[in-house]
Ligand binder design. Structure first.
Ligand SMILES: *[C@@H]1O[C@H](CO)[C@@H](O)[C@H](O)[C@H]1NC(C)=O
Ligand SMILES: *[C@@H]1O[C@H](CO)[C@@H](O)[C@H](O)[C@H]1NC(C)=O
Ligand SMILES: *[C@@H]1O[C@H](CO)[C@@H](O)[C@H](O)[C@H]1NC(C)=O
Ligand SMILES: *[C@@H]1O[C@H](CO)[C@@H](O)[C@H](O)[C@H]1NC(C)=O
Length: 897
């Protein structure tokens, strides 16, 4: 076994009982064996047996010595690692590949290095980058050559926080294997033991450029268990073990084999609400659970160290016959030995502070705080952590879903980087679809994180944090050949892989590649958010968001390139700049706003989420609550009885942070249905996202818009207002279409149906079109989260079109919705993404209509004078612009941001 030492049976010392070993020693005469072993012991271990005849060496002394020596070995690659000529993951038969004429973002020089040239891949490794030796190339057989035509190539995307495989897609009750609820402290559990290889999301995430993921157990426990690093391509042997990168376990060796090359292990910790919730504890209980566990690990470690100090010195007298260890606790002991990357789900200042104290009490480092929505407020606390400051793994704009994330800020990545802390963007897949992890980095860049750091945040930085940066995360000779050839600059909105290689193997068999505008090849010219970022810190995470209504009688917008307005029929140009940019005058002119080529366009409308009905999703007290469903419960008469139908208008709360952030991103109105957990939601309302309250001038735009129901496995409604049916499954949609036809024929009337959600609608595009049913697609980019919506049309590069464009190609009236209130603000980017995918098949006016006039038409919103949004630096649809003002003819004001 280790380091060529003799095997245990030969090493059994002469003083041990000969009879016990007779069988194993075999045919050699005992005295010979004994003398031989004694000499070896003396030379190899310097054990002074001869001086003390009374000392008995334990039976497994050599094994113990091996273990003791191994205690001080640090994980990491062997010294000759970079001399490797083949990857251990190389698949025989994979051809060498030459990617020619690429623009290569290598990740080197702090993410600033960009090379123009070629990349050669052989044996699963990057063989050369830049200029490839011609003779070397000529000597290779069967080289696959790809002409990148100048397109961008980056390292494969690395996700530092995923539940791929342990939280399968589609989700089925038999597959919820991501989190044990057996107690708060479970360091002995291993995500590997749950990793399911049958999961639609692997293929989808690869199609987004993700090549490696750290799969972690969930956050229901203080210590949830061990994570694993996997590569996302289907392994040759079809087994979970075959997916592992730097496999610490093998199929025939279930324990971590420390005699093999040392690999970093990964461990999940969590503090705050999640472990509290599961065990009905307080933060005090959770922290005590940590301390108790670490105290136990420390005791074992100390016992081992004391034991080994003696054993290695040959002082066996009084030592127990067995090495002091405990299978259940060995992983946590390994944390204390600095061999485990600790990933801590931890949001709030109180929790961060607690964990930093624990690292100092027990002397171990945290690799990264994950989610970590308040870290940007307490950089000094992070720097006080034992060993080194943890990296911070964040979402870009997903926040306010519970108290812990209430102070989350889109400026956190940039503020943390300004404080010298490492920033990682992560998916927490399936919380966010890791296929679009790069979008998280793009948003972080939009809100001020430097481009080089933004790209590193999903490549080199997570690779380093998980201890794999000797082979992944960078484009460098000798590294694993995990590469992505993009259709645009990787920080440009909607950047989509043209091809993805993992271990040198191309992953997309017939990718659909769209032509993008030339501007997509450059990094976006993001706006200035300096003041907003500093306000986020100044106001402790809750900067005032309300608009400042101009006190000037007159506002002038200069350098305007286009002005659009909207009526019930559509969006119309009222001004398009030719050579010179224009001036838009609101009233007569006093305050000047330079739009730097920006647009003035109709305010967007948000639909699909509970925007305006709650402040914090996880806090019932901040919400009006769920409507009573007459199909499931008896609705008391005082509440209207079983025939009642609830109006969202009666539960509206104004000035929620999500609504104000949406307003500042161009959403001037929202259509919201009552919050429902059952079938019947009720009557939706149309309100102004900027208003202070319902009685505020123009705050309530229309108190009843449509009737909303949720159909997931049928009910029919009729009336003048549209029936909006939340439905994903194509079979259910087909039943509804048939029913609609039958009722219309029976009653000789026409029903106005709208499907909302509708992930599988593309399967029935013609039938939906023939039936005259409109569809609000939500979310924009489908994900097969459940059985009912598993048959998605994924969009490029896996299919030519996505759901919305496929429906539109069949002349279905379509509009765009968003499922969650926090993402209402991102509607403009969802639209921009659709515009890129639609190419010349849709004008920008038609794209803007998807989240404005089309929603208005489909959801029965009467005509209202729409607000106009002024965006500086470009239109609403990309990362170059920023919303700077809302002009409201309806309210007779101009709001400035
Ligand atoms: C690389 O591609 C660009 C864009 O297509 C082209 O202009 C250039 O000539 C190509 N360079 C080489 C060396 O082929
Ligand atoms: C375990 O499997 C590996 C790889 O298949 C093999 O090299 C090794 O000898 C096996 N070890 C044992 C103890 O069987
Ligand atoms: C319009 O933009 C140009 C170029 O950025 C700038 O120099 C000029 O000052 C702007 N004009 C006004 C009136 O803001
Ligand atoms: C959609 O409508 C256009 C214009 O009316 C028509 O030319 C086209 O054939 C229609 N497409 C389908 C698939 O019905």
């Amino acid at each position: 076994m280790n380091k060529g030492l003799p095997t245990t049976s030969l090493m059994d010392p002469p003083t041990s009982k000969p009879t016990r070993n007779a069988g194993r020693v075999g045919r050699l005469p005992l005295p010979v064996v004994a003398v031989f072993a004694f000499l070896l012991l003396q030379s190899v271990f310097e054990i002074r047996v001869a001086r003390d005849d009374a000392v008995k060496l334990p039976l497994h002394a050599s094994e113990i010595i091996d273990k003791c020596r191994a205690l001080s070995i640090k994980p990491g690659p062997p010294e000759d690692f970079h001399l490797r000529t083949h990857s251990d993951r190389f698949v025989a038969g994979t051809k060498p590949t030459l990617i020619k004429n690429a623009t290569i973002w290598t990740g080197g020089v702090g993410g600033l290095e960009i090379l123009k040239g070629d990349i050669l891949v052989t044996n699963g490794l990057i063989k050369g980058v830049g200029v490839i030796d011609k003779d070397y190339l000529a000597a290779l057989d069967d080289v696959v050559t790809i002409d990148a035509s100048g397109a961008w190539v980056s390292p494969g995307i690395v996700d530092l926080h995923s539940h791929l495989g342990v939280s399968p897609s589609p989700s089925l009750s038999g597959s919820n294997d991501g989190n044990s609820r057996k107690g708060p402290i479970l360091p002995w559990l291993r995500a590997l033991d749950s990793l399911n290889t049958h999961n639609d999301a692997y293929r989808l995430s690869v199609a987004g450029g993700v090549t490696t993921a750290l799969v972690l157990p969930g956050s229901a426990n203080a210590i949830g268990g061990q994570g694993i690093v996997i590569k996302l391509r289907p392994p040759e042997d079809r087994s979970p073990t075959g997916m592992l990168l730097e496999n610490p376990y093998s199929t025939n060796q279930t324990e971590y084999d420390t005699s093999a090359v040392f690999r970093y292990r990964q461990m999940k910790h969590a503090c705050g609400e999640n472990p509290n919730r599961v065990y009905s504890d307080t933060r005090m209980d959770v922290i005590w659970a940590f301390r108790q566990a670490y105290d136990k690990a420390r005791q074992i470690k100390n016992t081992q160290d004391q034991y080994c100090t003696k054993a290695l010195a040959g002082e066996w007298k009084g030592l127990a016959p067995d090495f002091p260890e405990d299978l259940q606790w060995e992983a946590l002991v390994d944390v204390l030995r600095g061999r485990v990357k600790v990933h801590t789900h931890c949001y709030e200042t109180v929790d961060l502070d607690d964990l930093v104290r624990i690292t100092n009490e027990f002397k171990f480092s945290i690799a990264a705080f994950h989610h970590a929505h308040e870290t940007y407020l307490v950089p000094d606390t992070l720097k006080a952590a034992y060993g080194h400051p943890p990296a911070i793994a964040l979402f870009a704009s997903n926040a306010r879903y519970k108290r812990e994330s209430y102070r989350g800020s889109e400026f956190a990545p940039r503020v943390l980087a300004d404080n010298g802390l490492q920033v990682v963007m992560k998916s927490d897949h399936p919380v966010l679809d890791s296929r679009f992890l790069l979008y998280e980095a793009q948003q972080a860049h939009y809100y001020g994180l430097d481009g080089n750091l933004a790209l590193l945040s999903v490549t080199g930085t997570p690779a380093q944090v998980m201890g794999e940066d000797h082979r992944i995360g960078f484009i460098k000779a000798g590294y694993d050949a995990d590469l992505v050839l993009w259709d645009s600059h990787p920080l440009a909105l909607g950047a989509t892989p043209q091809q993805v290689w993992i271990d040198g193997i191309p992953q997309l068999s017939s990718p659909h590649v769209h032509r993008k505008p030339a501007s997509s090849q450059a990094s976006p010219q993001t706006p200035d958010f300096d003041k907003e970022a500093s306000d986020a810190v100044k106001f402790d995470g809750l900067p005032p968001l309300g608009p400042k209504t101009s006190n000037d009688d007159f506002v002038v917008f200069t350098n305007v390139s286009r002005v659009l307005t909207m009526d019930t029929k559509g969006i119309e140009d009222i001004f398009v700049a030719g050579g010179e940019l224009g001036v838009a005058l609101v009233h007569n002119g006093k305050l000047f706003v330079d739009l730097a080529g920006g647009w003035i366009s109709p305010g967007l409308i948000s639909f699909g989420s509970v925007l305006g009905l709650e402040e914090i999703q996880g806090e019932a007290s901040t919400s009006d609550g769920y409507v009573l469903d007459p199909l499931l419960y008896k609705v008391p008469d005082i509440a209207g009885g079983d025939n009642s139908i609830i109006r969202a208008a009666d539960g509206l709360q104004y000035t929620t942070r999500n609504a104000l952030l949406a307003y500042m991103s161009g959403i001037t109105a929202a259509i919201t249905a009552p919050k429902a957990a059952g079938f019947l939601a009720g009557l939706s309302v149309v309100f102004a996202t900027s208003a202070k309250h319902q009685l505020d001038d123009g705050g309530l735009i229309q108190d009843v818009a449509a009737v909303h129901v949720f159909i997931h496995h049928v009910f029919i409604g009729q009336g003048e207002i549209p029936l909006v049916i939340d439905v994903d499954n194509a079979d259910i949609m087909a039943s509804l279409l048939r029913l609609k036809g039958e009722i219309e024929e029976e009653l000789d009337t026409s029903l106005k149906f709208v499907f909302s959600g509708a992930s599988e609608a593309h399967l029935l595009a013609k039938e939906i079109s023939d039936a005259g049913v409109g569809v609000v697609v939500s979310p924009s980019r489908s994900y097969p989260g459940s059985w009912e919506n598993r048959r998605i049309l994924p969009g490029p590069p896996l299919s030519e079109k996505s759901n919305l464009l496929e429906l539109r190609a069949h002349n279905v009236s379509v509009a765009l919705g968003v499922p969650s209130a926090w993402e209402a603000r991102n509607t403009r980017f969802d639209l921009g993404w659709i515009a890129l995918e639609a190419g010349e098949s849709m004008s920008k006016k038609e794209v803007l209509a998807l989240a404005s006039v089309n929603l208005q038409q489909l959801l029965g919103v009467h005509s209202f004078e729409t607000d106009l949004v002024a965006s500086k630096g470009g239109d609403l649809l990309d990362f170059d612009s920023k919303v700077v003002a809302v002009i409201s003819p309806r309210r007779g004001i101009v709001d400035l941001f």
